[in-house]
Design a protein around this ligand. Structure first.
Ligand code: SF4
Length: 319
């Protein structure tokens, strides 16, 4: 039977960002340094395949520090942790290695500085996400207000926020955040903006790349985990750019082939910042088996940022 023709537009940049690459490397180097007995608090990055691969290499993932034996090495995930977790680890005599992405760390530093200078802080982000929990945990008391959606502004005690500043989660949708900031500034015209952009380069670049393919595609598949903030935002951005049929899939096994439109002629593929490239290859292979594929990579920018590992871990190639 002749296979149906399909053009696949592959967004680039996609997949692993510098912060995720660093976090994974930290676990691998720590396993080598400590002889394979290393604990990791929470998923190192939000991807079940990455977690499984590291478990196979010996990493032990835990939810709470109480599960880590006294004196053991424990790694904090790329999303960052509240100060109280660092304190708990110290009290327990654990050897900590921090895999918090330096760009999340930058937001932490900013929040602490603002709080010390007497600012009330508004954090734009999603409740319950580990990065938001970590950022909120950089200050004590009630000097931080979480703003998830414009309606939350109604609850904001404006008088108490006369001296205020805002920061954002690093992996939000740029367009939605611009809108919420505009509404925030209408309420608090004097509010201080962040020193740089809090939404990170990797999030920005992946959203720009998916925007560049959205209008050309009948359907877009975003590879990523359901708990990955930046992956979910890619689906939203693709839809808002006109590709209504945009879906999140964890891997090729989650593709419902009967849901692929029978008249499809163009498909877009991208991957969230924590999704390994081999998942993209597996997806392409599966499409090649069913369709006559013409592959077109759409590259919107080059990424060459790399982050240093913590001093305790010095892999040979960076010496
Ligand atoms: S998505 Fe951005 S903030 Fe998150 S790990 Fe990657 S570079 Fe860091």
């Amino acid at each position: 039977m002749t296979k149906q023709n399909i053009t696949i537009f592959l967004a680039r940049p996609r997949g692993f960002c510098a912060g995720v690459t660093r976090a994974i490397k930290i676990v691998e180097e720590a396993l080598a340094l400590f002889g394979g007995k290393v604990y990791v608090r929470h998923e190192i990055v939000h991807n079940a395949h990455v977690v499984k691969d590291l478990e196979n290499k010996g990493a032990i993932f835990v939810q709470e520090l109480s599960e880590v034996p006294e004196g053991s090495p424990v790694i904090f995930s790329a999303h960052g942790v509240p100060l109280s977790v660092i304190e708990d680890a110290k009290n327990k005599g654990l050897q900590t290695i921090d895999a918090t992405c330096p760009l999340v760390e930058k937001v932490h530093t900013e929040v602490k500085k603002l709080s010390k200078s007497g600012y009330k802080i508004i954090l734009i982000g999603h409740a319950g996400h580990p990065e938001v929990i970590g950022t909120m945990g950089q200050v004590t008391g009630n000097s931080l207000f979480l703003l998830e959606k414009p309606e939350d502004l109604e609850r904001l005690p404006l008088k108490e926020y006369s001296k205020s500043a805002y920061v954002t989660q690093t992996t939000l949708s740029i367009d939605e955040t611009t809108d919420i900031i505009k509404k925030l500034k209408n309420k608090l015209p004097e509010i201080k903006s962040p020193e740089g952009k809090n939404i990170c380069f990797a999030t920005t670049n992946r959203q720009a790349a998916v925007k560049a393919i959205a209008k050309k595609c009948d359907m877009i598949l975003v590879i990523g985990s359901p708990n990955s903030s930046n992956s979910k935002r890619l689906v939203e951005v693709a839809r808002s750019e006109g590709c209504e049929k945009s879906l999140l899939v964890q891997d090729v096994n989650e593709v419902s082939w009967d849901k692929i439109p029978s008249d499809i002629s163009s498909l877009g593929i991208t991957a969230g910042a924590s999704a390994p490239e081999y998942l993209v290859s597996e997806l392409l292979e599966a499409f090649s088996k069913r369709y006559n594929v013409t592959l077109k990579e759409v590259k919107t920018c080059k990424e060459n940022i790399r982050f240093k590992l913590p001093a305790i871990l010095t892999p040979k190639e960076t010496k």
